[in-house]
Design a protein around this ligand. Sequence first.
Ligand SMILES: *Cc1c(COP(=O)(O)O)cnc(C)c1O
Length: 389
Amino acid sequence: MTVDRPKFSEPLHVGRPNIGDRARLADRINGALDRLWLSNDGVLVREFEERVAALTGTRHCVTTCNATTGLQIAAQAAGIKAGDEVIVPSFTCVATAQALAWIGVVPVFCDLEEKSAGADPAHVEQLIGPRTRGIVGVHVFGSPCPIDPLTDVAARHGLPLLFDAAHAFGNTYLRDPIGGFGLAEVFSFHATKFVNSFEGGAIVTNDDEFAERARTMRNMGSNGDREVVSTGTVARMHEISAAMGLTSLDAMDEFIEVNERNHACYLENLAAVPGVQLRSQPAGERANHQYVVVEVDERVSGVHRDQLHAVLHANNVLARRYFHPACHQVEPFRSRAELHAPLPLPRTEALVDRVLALPTGTSVGVEQVRGICELIADAVRDALGDVAP
Ligand SMILES: *Cc1c(COP(=O)(O)O)cnc(C)c1O
Protein backbone atom coordinates (compact mmCIF):
# COMPACT_ATOMS: atom_id res chain seq x y z
CA MET A 1 0.00 0.00 0.00
CA THR A 2 1.23 3.53 -0.81
CA VAL A 3 -0.07 6.95 0.09
CA ASP A 4 0.54 10.29 -1.63
CA ARG A 5 2.26 11.78 1.33
CA PRO A 6 3.33 9.67 4.27
CA LYS A 7 2.39 11.21 7.61
CA PHE A 8 6.02 10.98 8.75
CA SER A 9 8.83 12.04 6.42
CA GLU A 10 11.39 9.99 8.36
CA PRO A 11 10.82 6.34 9.31
CA LEU A 12 9.85 5.62 12.93
CA HIS A 13 11.36 2.34 14.10
CA VAL A 14 10.55 -0.19 16.78
CA GLY A 15 13.69 -0.85 18.82
CA ARG A 16 15.80 2.16 17.90
CA PRO A 17 18.73 2.09 20.30
CA ASN A 18 18.84 4.32 23.36
CA ILE A 19 22.31 5.87 23.38
CA GLY A 20 22.92 7.56 26.74
CA ASP A 21 25.86 9.88 27.48
CA ARG A 22 28.27 9.66 24.52
CA ALA A 23 31.11 11.46 26.30
CA ARG A 24 30.94 8.98 29.16
CA LEU A 25 30.90 6.10 26.68
CA ALA A 26 33.95 7.49 24.88
CA ASP A 27 35.79 7.94 28.21
CA ARG A 28 35.12 4.35 29.14
CA ILE A 29 36.26 3.03 25.76
CA ASN A 30 39.41 5.18 25.93
CA GLY A 31 40.07 3.77 29.40
CA ALA A 32 40.02 0.24 28.01
CA LEU A 33 42.36 1.27 25.19
CA ASP A 34 44.72 2.90 27.69
CA ARG A 35 44.71 -0.22 29.85
CA LEU A 36 45.41 -2.43 26.82
CA TRP A 37 42.75 -4.79 28.18
CA LEU A 38 39.94 -5.38 25.70
CA SER A 39 38.29 -8.63 26.80
CA ASN A 40 38.47 -11.54 29.33
CA ASP A 41 37.08 -10.13 32.57
CA GLY A 42 38.26 -6.57 32.09
CA VAL A 43 37.38 -3.91 34.66
CA LEU A 44 34.36 -2.70 32.67
CA VAL A 45 32.90 -6.19 32.29
CA ARG A 46 33.38 -6.83 35.99
CA GLU A 47 31.75 -3.52 36.91
CA PHE A 48 28.85 -4.26 34.55
CA GLU A 49 28.39 -7.72 36.08
CA GLU A 50 28.40 -6.25 39.60
CA ARG A 51 25.83 -3.62 38.71
CA VAL A 52 23.53 -6.06 36.92
CA ALA A 53 23.70 -8.45 39.88
CA ALA A 54 22.96 -5.60 42.30
CA LEU A 55 20.05 -4.27 40.23
CA THR A 56 18.49 -7.70 39.94
CA GLY A 57 19.22 -8.71 43.54
CA THR A 58 21.16 -11.80 42.47
CA ARG A 59 24.41 -13.29 43.77
CA HIS A 60 26.02 -13.87 40.37
CA CYS A 61 25.99 -12.29 36.93
CA VAL A 62 27.87 -13.96 34.10
CA THR A 63 27.87 -11.75 31.02
CA THR A 64 27.88 -13.23 27.53
CA CYS A 65 28.33 -12.02 23.96
CA ASN A 66 24.53 -12.22 23.50
CA ALA A 67 21.46 -13.73 25.13
CA THR A 68 21.15 -16.58 22.63
CA THR A 69 24.54 -17.96 23.64
CA GLY A 70 23.67 -17.14 27.25
CA LEU A 71 20.61 -19.39 27.00
CA GLN A 72 22.74 -22.19 25.55
CA ILE A 73 25.27 -21.90 28.35
CA ALA A 74 22.51 -21.74 30.96
CA ALA A 75 20.90 -24.88 29.51
CA GLN A 76 24.21 -26.77 29.49
CA ALA A 77 25.11 -25.57 32.98
CA ALA A 78 21.68 -26.87 34.10
CA GLY A 79 22.65 -30.33 32.79
CA ILE A 80 20.43 -30.20 29.69
CA LYS A 81 22.03 -32.19 26.88
CA ALA A 82 21.60 -32.97 23.19
CA GLY A 83 18.56 -35.19 22.66
CA ASP A 84 16.77 -33.87 25.75
CA GLU A 85 13.39 -32.19 25.46
CA VAL A 86 12.77 -28.77 26.97
CA ILE A 87 9.33 -27.20 27.21
CA VAL A 88 9.22 -23.64 25.98
CA PRO A 89 6.44 -21.32 24.82
CA SER A 90 5.96 -20.95 21.09
CA PHE A 91 5.04 -17.27 21.50
CA THR A 92 8.56 -15.86 21.81
CA CYS A 93 11.43 -14.57 19.74
CA VAL A 94 12.62 -17.48 17.61
CA ALA A 95 16.05 -17.06 19.25
CA THR A 96 14.71 -18.82 22.38
CA ALA A 97 13.89 -21.97 20.41
CA GLN A 98 16.90 -21.75 18.09
CA ALA A 99 19.26 -21.46 21.05
CA LEU A 100 18.06 -24.87 22.23
CA ALA A 101 17.85 -26.50 18.80
CA TRP A 102 21.42 -25.41 17.95
CA ILE A 103 22.78 -27.49 20.85
CA GLY A 104 20.68 -30.50 19.87
CA VAL A 105 17.97 -29.95 22.47
CA VAL A 106 14.38 -30.49 21.27
CA PRO A 107 12.10 -27.56 22.10
CA VAL A 108 8.57 -28.77 22.82
CA PHE A 109 6.20 -25.85 22.44
CA CYS A 110 3.49 -25.04 24.94
CA ASP A 111 0.59 -22.66 24.58
CA LEU A 112 0.35 -19.31 26.32
CA GLU A 113 -1.61 -18.01 29.27
CA GLU A 114 -3.53 -14.99 28.04
CA LYS A 115 -2.84 -12.40 30.72
CA SER A 116 0.96 -12.48 30.57
CA ALA A 117 1.30 -14.12 27.13
CA GLY A 118 3.81 -16.41 28.89
CA ALA A 119 3.82 -20.20 29.24
CA ASP A 120 0.55 -21.75 30.47
CA PRO A 121 1.63 -23.81 33.51
CA ALA A 122 -1.17 -26.37 33.08
CA HIS A 123 -0.15 -26.99 29.48
CA VAL A 124 3.52 -27.20 30.47
CA GLU A 125 2.67 -29.92 32.96
CA GLN A 126 0.62 -31.80 30.37
CA LEU A 127 3.59 -31.85 27.98
CA ILE A 128 6.07 -33.29 30.46
CA GLY A 129 7.16 -36.70 29.22
CA PRO A 130 9.97 -39.24 29.73
CA ARG A 131 12.53 -37.17 27.78
CA THR A 132 11.70 -33.79 29.36
CA ARG A 133 14.77 -32.35 31.08
CA GLY A 134 13.86 -28.72 31.60
CA ILE A 135 11.45 -25.80 31.29
CA VAL A 136 12.24 -22.38 29.84
CA GLY A 137 9.75 -19.60 30.61
CA VAL A 138 9.76 -16.27 28.77
CA HIS A 139 8.71 -12.90 30.20
CA VAL A 140 7.08 -11.75 26.98
CA PHE A 141 7.10 -7.95 26.45
CA GLY A 142 8.45 -7.70 30.00
CA SER A 143 5.30 -9.08 31.66
CA PRO A 144 6.43 -11.73 34.12
CA CYS A 145 5.19 -15.16 33.04
CA PRO A 146 3.35 -17.21 35.73
CA ILE A 147 6.54 -17.68 37.76
CA ASP A 148 5.11 -19.26 40.92
CA PRO A 149 2.95 -21.90 39.18
CA LEU A 150 5.82 -22.76 36.81
CA THR A 151 8.18 -23.05 39.79
CA ASP A 152 5.72 -25.51 41.39
CA VAL A 153 5.46 -27.60 38.22
CA ALA A 154 9.25 -27.69 37.83
CA ALA A 155 9.75 -28.65 41.49
CA ARG A 156 7.08 -31.39 41.36
CA HIS A 157 8.83 -33.00 38.39
CA GLY A 158 12.42 -32.31 39.49
CA LEU A 159 13.15 -30.23 36.39
CA PRO A 160 15.44 -27.21 36.12
CA LEU A 161 13.54 -23.99 35.37
CA LEU A 162 15.21 -21.24 33.36
CA PHE A 163 13.81 -17.93 32.18
CA ASP A 164 14.45 -16.01 29.00
CA ALA A 165 14.25 -12.52 30.55
CA ALA A 166 15.39 -10.69 27.41
CA HIS A 167 12.46 -8.25 27.70
CA ALA A 168 12.31 -7.90 31.46
CA PHE A 169 15.47 -6.22 32.69
CA GLY A 170 14.51 -3.85 35.51
CA ASN A 171 11.03 -5.34 35.90
CA THR A 172 9.53 -6.90 39.00
CA TYR A 173 7.31 -9.87 39.87
CA LEU A 174 5.39 -9.48 43.14
CA ARG A 175 7.77 -6.56 43.84
CA ASP A 176 10.93 -8.70 43.54
CA PRO A 177 13.26 -8.00 40.63
CA ILE A 178 13.17 -10.35 37.66
CA GLY A 179 16.50 -12.18 37.67
CA GLY A 180 16.30 -14.18 40.88
CA PHE A 181 13.66 -16.69 39.80
CA GLY A 182 14.15 -20.30 38.72
CA LEU A 183 17.65 -21.73 38.52
CA ALA A 184 18.78 -18.81 36.34
CA GLU A 185 17.46 -16.02 34.15
CA VAL A 186 19.00 -14.66 30.97
CA PHE A 187 18.91 -11.02 29.88
CA SER A 188 19.62 -9.59 26.44
CA PHE A 189 21.46 -6.32 25.94
CA HIS A 190 21.08 -6.36 22.17
CA ALA A 191 21.04 -2.93 20.51
CA THR A 192 17.24 -3.06 20.21
CA LYS A 193 16.68 -3.74 23.91
CA PHE A 194 16.17 -0.67 26.10
CA VAL A 195 19.41 -1.21 28.00
CA ASN A 196 22.00 -2.23 25.45
CA SER A 197 25.66 -3.16 25.13
CA PHE A 198 25.61 -3.10 21.29
CA GLU A 199 25.39 -6.91 21.55
CA GLY A 200 25.38 -8.75 24.84
CA GLY A 201 23.64 -10.90 27.37
CA ALA A 202 23.83 -11.94 30.99
CA ILE A 203 23.03 -15.05 32.99
CA VAL A 204 22.00 -14.22 36.56
CA THR A 205 21.56 -16.78 39.32
CA ASN A 206 21.68 -17.31 43.07
CA ASP A 207 23.25 -20.77 42.69
CA ASP A 208 27.01 -20.62 43.35
CA GLU A 209 27.88 -23.88 41.61
CA PHE A 210 25.70 -23.16 38.60
CA ALA A 211 27.38 -19.75 38.27
CA GLU A 212 30.83 -21.33 38.38
CA ARG A 213 29.87 -23.87 35.69
CA ALA A 214 28.41 -21.12 33.47
CA ARG A 215 31.50 -18.93 33.91
CA THR A 216 33.77 -21.84 33.00
CA MET A 217 31.69 -22.88 29.98
CA ARG A 218 31.74 -19.30 28.71
CA ASN A 219 35.53 -19.39 28.56
CA MET A 220 36.44 -22.60 26.65
CA GLY A 221 35.66 -24.74 29.69
CA SER A 222 38.60 -23.14 31.46
CA ASN A 223 38.16 -22.33 35.15
CA GLY A 224 39.61 -19.48 37.23
CA ASP A 225 42.89 -21.42 37.60
CA ARG A 226 43.15 -21.78 33.84
CA GLU A 227 42.49 -25.49 34.01
CA VAL A 228 40.19 -26.91 31.35
CA VAL A 229 37.56 -28.78 33.34
CA SER A 230 34.39 -29.01 31.21
CA THR A 231 32.88 -28.58 27.79
CA GLY A 232 32.80 -24.96 26.82
CA THR A 233 32.40 -22.35 24.17
CA VAL A 234 33.69 -18.83 23.75
CA ALA A 235 31.01 -16.33 24.62
CA ARG A 236 32.71 -13.57 26.54
CA MET A 237 31.52 -9.99 26.62
CA HIS A 238 34.23 -7.51 25.64
CA GLU A 239 35.09 -4.14 27.12
CA ILE A 240 33.42 -1.99 24.46
CA SER A 241 30.16 -3.82 25.05
CA ALA A 242 30.50 -3.36 28.79
CA ALA A 243 31.32 0.34 28.26
CA MET A 244 28.02 0.74 26.42
CA GLY A 245 26.20 -1.45 28.95
CA LEU A 246 27.41 0.71 31.83
CA THR A 247 26.50 3.90 29.97
CA SER A 248 23.02 2.46 29.39
CA LEU A 249 22.67 1.57 33.07
CA ASP A 250 23.60 5.15 34.02
CA ALA A 251 20.62 6.38 31.96
CA MET A 252 18.27 3.47 32.61
CA ASP A 253 15.85 5.47 34.78
CA GLU A 254 15.56 8.17 32.11
CA PHE A 255 14.91 5.54 29.43
CA ILE A 256 12.14 4.05 31.57
CA GLU A 257 10.64 7.50 32.18
CA VAL A 258 10.49 8.18 28.44
CA ASN A 259 8.99 4.75 27.78
CA GLU A 260 6.39 5.29 30.52
CA ARG A 261 5.47 8.68 29.07
CA ASN A 262 5.09 7.20 25.58
CA HIS A 263 3.09 4.26 26.90
CA ALA A 264 0.73 6.59 28.77
CA CYS A 265 0.32 8.72 25.63
CA TYR A 266 -0.55 5.65 23.53
CA LEU A 267 -3.00 4.53 26.21
CA GLU A 268 -4.75 7.89 26.30
CA ASN A 269 -4.94 8.32 22.54
CA LEU A 270 -6.06 4.78 21.75
CA ALA A 271 -8.59 4.49 24.58
CA ALA A 272 -11.53 5.40 22.36
CA VAL A 273 -10.45 3.33 19.34
CA PRO A 274 -12.68 0.24 19.16
CA GLY A 275 -10.93 -3.11 18.82
CA VAL A 276 -7.40 -1.78 19.39
CA GLN A 277 -6.26 -2.70 22.87
CA LEU A 278 -2.92 -1.76 24.37
CA ARG A 279 -1.31 -4.67 26.25
CA SER A 280 -0.67 -3.55 29.81
CA GLN A 281 1.89 -4.40 32.48
CA PRO A 282 0.70 -5.78 35.81
CA ALA A 283 -0.38 -3.09 38.30
CA GLY A 284 1.96 -2.29 41.16
CA GLU A 285 5.04 -3.70 39.43
CA ARG A 286 8.01 -1.88 37.98
CA ALA A 287 8.07 -2.20 34.19
CA ASN A 288 10.56 -0.91 31.61
CA HIS A 289 7.79 -0.46 28.98
CA GLN A 290 10.29 -1.13 26.21
CA TYR A 291 7.54 -2.56 24.03
CA VAL A 292 4.26 -0.90 23.19
CA VAL A 293 2.07 -3.69 21.84
CA VAL A 294 -1.52 -3.43 20.68
CA GLU A 295 -3.90 -6.27 19.98
CA VAL A 296 -6.17 -5.73 17.02
CA ASP A 297 -9.54 -7.48 17.19
CA GLU A 298 -10.79 -7.35 13.61
CA ARG A 299 -14.37 -8.21 14.59
CA VAL A 300 -14.55 -4.93 16.53
CA SER A 301 -12.09 -2.67 14.68
CA GLY A 302 -13.11 -3.70 11.16
CA VAL A 303 -9.44 -3.89 10.16
CA HIS A 304 -7.14 -6.86 10.37
CA ARG A 305 -3.79 -6.36 12.10
CA ASP A 306 -2.06 -6.82 8.73
CA GLN A 307 -4.10 -4.01 7.17
CA LEU A 308 -3.21 -1.70 10.03
CA HIS A 309 0.41 -2.76 9.67
CA ALA A 310 0.26 -1.81 5.96
CA VAL A 311 -1.33 1.58 6.68
CA LEU A 312 1.34 2.37 9.27
CA HIS A 313 4.20 1.29 7.02
CA ALA A 314 2.84 3.39 4.14
CA ASN A 315 3.10 6.32 6.53
CA ASN A 316 6.65 5.52 7.61
CA VAL A 317 5.64 3.99 10.93
CA LEU A 318 7.61 0.75 10.86
CA ALA A 319 5.46 -1.23 13.30
CA ARG A 320 6.46 -4.88 13.84
CA ARG A 321 4.32 -7.99 14.15
CA TYR A 322 6.00 -9.36 17.31
CA PHE A 323 5.83 -12.40 17.49
CA HIS A 324 4.43 -13.42 14.18
CA PRO A 325 4.73 -16.17 13.13
CA ALA A 326 5.11 -18.25 16.32
CA CYS A 327 8.09 -20.60 16.69
CA HIS A 328 6.12 -23.74 15.85
CA GLN A 329 5.00 -22.08 12.61
CA VAL A 330 8.54 -21.59 11.21
CA GLU A 331 11.33 -23.90 10.09
CA PRO A 332 12.93 -26.05 11.27
CA PHE A 333 10.08 -26.64 13.72
CA ARG A 334 7.07 -26.43 11.41
CA SER A 335 8.03 -29.49 9.37
CA ARG A 336 8.51 -31.62 12.47
CA ALA A 337 5.39 -30.78 14.40
CA GLU A 338 5.16 -34.33 15.79
CA LEU A 339 8.44 -33.62 17.61
CA HIS A 340 7.95 -30.02 18.65
CA ALA A 341 4.25 -29.31 19.03
CA PRO A 342 2.28 -32.44 19.75
CA LEU A 343 -0.88 -30.49 20.54
CA PRO A 344 -2.51 -27.54 18.79
CA LEU A 345 -1.67 -24.16 20.31
CA PRO A 346 -4.91 -22.22 19.77
CA ARG A 347 -4.18 -19.25 22.05
CA THR A 348 -0.74 -18.74 20.53
CA GLU A 349 -2.13 -18.95 17.00
CA ALA A 350 -4.85 -16.43 17.84
CA LEU A 351 -2.46 -13.95 19.46
CA VAL A 352 0.18 -14.00 16.69
CA ASP A 353 -2.58 -12.83 14.35
CA ARG A 354 -3.51 -9.81 16.50
CA VAL A 355 -0.29 -8.27 17.87
CA LEU A 356 1.46 -5.18 16.61
CA ALA A 357 4.47 -3.51 18.27
CA LEU A 358 4.61 0.27 17.88
CA PRO A 359 7.62 2.63 18.05
CA THR A 360 8.79 3.88 21.43
CA GLY A 361 12.06 4.68 23.19
CA THR A 362 14.13 7.85 23.39
CA SER A 363 13.97 8.50 19.63
CA VAL A 364 10.16 8.82 19.74
CA GLY A 365 8.37 11.88 21.14
CA VAL A 366 4.78 12.35 22.28
CA GLU A 367 3.89 14.34 19.15
CA GLN A 368 4.90 11.35 17.07
CA VAL A 369 2.97 8.99 19.36
CA ARG A 370 -0.14 11.15 18.89
CA GLY A 371 0.39 11.05 15.13
CA ILE A 372 0.68 7.26 15.14
CA CYS A 373 -2.52 7.01 17.19
CA GLU A 374 -4.29 9.29 14.70
CA LEU A 375 -3.30 6.97 11.85
CA ILE A 376 -4.70 4.01 13.76
CA ALA A 377 -7.91 5.82 14.74
CA ASP A 378 -8.45 6.98 11.15
CA ALA A 379 -7.90 3.49 9.75
CA VAL A 380 -10.44 2.03 12.17
CA ARG A 381 -12.95 4.82 11.52
CA ASP A 382 -12.64 4.28 7.75
CA ALA A 383 -13.07 0.54 8.19
CA LEU A 384 -16.18 0.95 10.33
CA GLY A 385 -17.60 3.38 7.79
CA ASP A 386 -18.22 6.13 10.31
CA VAL A 387 -18.24 9.72 9.26
CA ALA A 388 -15.87 11.88 11.26
CA PRO A 389 -17.78 14.31 13.49
C1 LIG B 1 16.23 -10.38 21.77
C2 LIG B 1 15.73 -11.67 22.29
C3 LIG B 1 16.55 -12.79 22.40
C4 LIG B 1 17.93 -12.84 21.82
O1 LIG B 1 18.80 -11.94 22.38
P1 LIG B 1 20.24 -11.73 21.72
O2 LIG B 1 20.98 -10.96 22.77
O3 LIG B 1 20.05 -10.98 20.45
O4 LIG B 1 20.84 -13.07 21.49
C5 LIG B 1 16.05 -13.93 23.00
N1 LIG B 1 14.79 -13.97 23.47
C6 LIG B 1 13.95 -12.93 23.36
C7 LIG B 1 12.57 -13.05 23.91
C8 LIG B 1 14.40 -11.75 22.74
O5 LIG B 1 13.55 -10.72 22.59
